[in-house]
Design a protein. Sequence first.
Length: 158
Amino acid sequence: MSAPANRRTDTASRMIAASAHTLYRAYLDRDAIAAWRPPQGMRAEIHAFDPHEGGGYRMSFIYMQASDEAPGKTTAHADTFEGRFVELIPDQRIVEHIEFITDNPAFAGPMTIITTLKPVPGGTEVTVACENVPAGISESDHQAGLASSLANLASFTE
């Protein structure tokens, strides 16, 4: 099935001075995810987290300062989403399907997040590809959010 015409793929990559094993574990640990995944200006609340292939999660990213120009997708101050771990290849690849809990059709529908971990001299290249990004998420905001989360991951693991 192909993506609707209004959907796109956003990618971000960063070399992190940590092993692929350390980074993989940071994706599958409830406390680690809460610490590094929310972009700058947000914090996470983990409602459910079952880190195995086929397992799921529900979490909210809470805006520390919500504004009328950038309201949350679920409430004025939060983006709540449900995800499922579709594929887990230890120390190599994580595939997640997520969907925002929202009444706004611009943010509705499933998005796939594919994270690859590639050992390189000095650490690991982490690449995140988000497929079928909802049209309501601006490309510039999404790129900034992905870069922020990868910077947080680097700070958390290095």
